[in-house]
Every structure is written in structure tokens, then in C-alpha cells.
Design a binder for this molecule. Sequence first.
Ligand code: GLU
Length: 470
Amino acid sequence: MPATPASRPVRTRFAPSPTGYLHIGGARTALFSWAYARRHGGAFILRIEDTDVARSTPAALQAILDGMRWLGLAHDEGPFYQMQRMERYKDVIRQMLAAGTAYPCYMAAEELDRLREEQRARGEKPRYDGRWRPEAGKILPPPPEGVQPVVRFRNPTTGVVAWDDLVKGRIEIGNAELDDFIIARADGTPTYNFCVVVDDWDMGITHVIRGDDHVNNTPRQINVLQALGAEVPLYAHLSMILGDDGTKLSKRHGAVSVMQYFDDGYLPEAVINYLARLGWSHGDAEVFSRQQFVEWFDLDHITPSAAQFNTEKLNWLNAQYLKKADDAFLAAEVANRLARREVDPETGVSLEAVVALYKDRVANLNELADAVELFVAEVHPAPEVIGQHLTEPARAALASLRRRLAEVAWDKAALAQAIKDTMAEHSLKMPQVAIPLRVAVLGVAQTPAIDAVLEVLGRERVLARLDRHL
Ligand code: GLU
């Protein structure tokens, strides 16, 4: 018995076309292919399907590579570029012509159009009628002068092509439904479905995990693989992802490019966790690490129905990951974001201390960077905020607090005591001192505990910021 894909070491691939950014659906396909290979100690291959020269761009390729890197989906082999494999495809076409599993077809495009027209008029499905297909006892006309033929695959005419889809279950298509599709154009370039077949074969792919927009290509691809004597991989076709509103996910739904999530301040681990649950489940587990996902991932628990994107859930997960994240890691992420805003993060304020104060209060890294910016950059409270909070009695209290802060030991307990003493002196309640103080030192009325904020800001900065308002 020949080895079956299921008994060979697992080899999966992600095969994006560089015609656009890496979108959420593509990222989920990549994640599942990656995780399946990791889970089984196999290899994950990156293949760039760049044969659509008119629509492929270097920028899109870069966006895909950036997205994969940001998500931490490292490939073991590749990237392989289809455009660099043209000679190999042409070789296989020559072999198939020699073996009779493919044949030249000289039918002109206008002739084919006319045929389709007639078929439609008769209420038939338009399809190539096999007129150049060699058959025993059939006499083909001599090839017309000066016409470069296309090459067609000699599809079986009887029986069915069937596979047990690992997500959708058994799928069977009658061969009579399929016509002899073109594998090489008149200029000799191989067609999309053919390149995929040769690649999956050459790369020894055992499990093809891809979007179900390709399910119609699968019967043709299987037939060609069989004609080549190649082992047919197992297929898992992932259902599509719907937007929050139940319609097909598209640009309208906002952030559909993976790198947009980076820009919007999501942590890659949160996005990975979110994508993992998009159409796959492990009991009712919602928050789990990448490692845990790899240990659990299987193809049996992928739902065949469409998965619906839920921005609120992603935001919730992101907040969970922010809370748990290491302060030094968050500080570095925030420093990068501040640098991109041309804010110098190196001011003597400990970024680690600031992120520790805020990481359970923010939804994303941009909000965290906004908070840190209040500590490291000049703050300019809006005039109406100043008018509302820095009233005469508030200023008087801040002036006496300032005298205390100039001398107090710089720790939370002493700072809290200085605020209490000021409240007592001026017969004010906590918010009557704390809110003007927040506005004066950070420019906003709401902050984490004010004694902790003062401690992190440092004496020099606090006094200087108070002085600006006194
Ligand atoms: N290049 C195809 C796409 O980007 C994927 C093909 C495949 O996975 O077989 O949709």
C-alpha cells in the first residue's frame, strides 16, 4: 500500500496571491496551516502565487510578509515564488503531452465564444466540446497554419471525483460536469489551477488547508494529480468569515488588513487567540496561549458554517492580553509608538512604571501610548478644562500642596499624606484637590490613583507642571 497523506509527516502550505494585503481570512488560513504543521511536528511552507502579473505588486507581497512576521507565523520552507518555477510547470506540461494526459487544442477564441453562445441558446451549460481531444478511432483535422494551440487537460469523462473534506465532509463531482480545462495558454504560460497542482505535488503537501472559495478548483486539481500519478493530499476547506453585521467581510467593516490591527494597537497574541476561535473551538476555552492552541488544534473541531467576526470580542481579548503583558515588553512597544509620533520617550520617567499604572485601564497600545505621552511630553489641557477645574479655591489648595511637595519624601505614602494635609487645611474633599491636581500635572481629570501618578512623574516634573498653573 502506498503511504497516504495521513501516514506521512505533515506538510502544509499557505499560498497567498500578492494582489492585496494579508486580510483576516488569509491570516486565519495561515494560522490553521501553521498550527497544524506545528501540532504534528511537520513543515509549514510559504508559497507566493504571483502568476497574476498584472495584479501582483511588491507592496502587497511585503504586506503579506510583514503580516506573517507580526503574527509570528514563521514558515519552515520558502517563500517559493511561482514565477520562478515556470520552467518546471512547462516541463510537466511537456510530460503530460507526451503521456497523452493533455493535448493541444487549436480552437480559436472566437470559435469557442460562438460555441458557448449556441450552447446557452439551447439552454445548456457552456463548455468546451472536446473537439481537439484525441480519441481512439477519431480523426482530428490538421492543425491550422500559424495558430499557437492552448494545452488542455484530458479530464476523465466518466465516474466521479470525490474527496473526504476534513471540514465539509464527503464531496463528489461527476466527471461529466467538468470539461477539459486549459493548463497552458497559447503563449505557453501555465494556468493557475495547474501551477497549484504541480506545487502541491513537488512540495509534498499532505494537507491543503485553504478558504472554501477554492472548493470548486479541487475536483480539477485532484484529477490532474491523479493523471500525474501523484498522491492526492487531504483537503480542509475553511468556510468564509462574515463581518459583525453578518455580510461577507470586506473593507466596509474597517480593519480587514492584518497590519491595520498592528496600527490600531492590538497585540499579535490577542489577534492570534481571536483568529484561533474564528471557526474552531476547544470546549468553551476562550483565552489561551499560542502554545496551548498548537497543542489543542485539530481539524475535527472546525465548523463548516461561516464564522462571524466580532470586534467587541477581539477588543475584550486584547484588553485581557494587555493586562497580562510584561511591563518591559509594553514599555518597549509604547516607546516605538511614541517615536513614530515624534515624541521622545527617554525623559527620565520610567515607562515601565507608567504602563503598569495603565495596562488594565486601556483597550489597546495606542491608548497606552496616549497615557504615557501625558507623562513624557508637554501637556496642554484645553482652556475649558482649565476653566472648569483650576478655579481660584483649587489654585489656592494647589499652591499650598506645592509647598508640601517641595519637601516631602517622594513615595506614595508621603505623597498621599501631603494631599490629605492640604485637604484639611483648605476644608476640601479628596476630589476637590485630586481633580485639579490631575489637570495641572497630566492635563486630564481622570487618571489612576493620584499618589501613584505623582510618584512616577517625579518631583521635578510635578513641581514644574504645577508652577505653570500657579
Ligand atoms: N492563491 C490562492 C489565494 O490566495 C490560494 C490557493 C490555494 O490555497 O490553493 O486565494
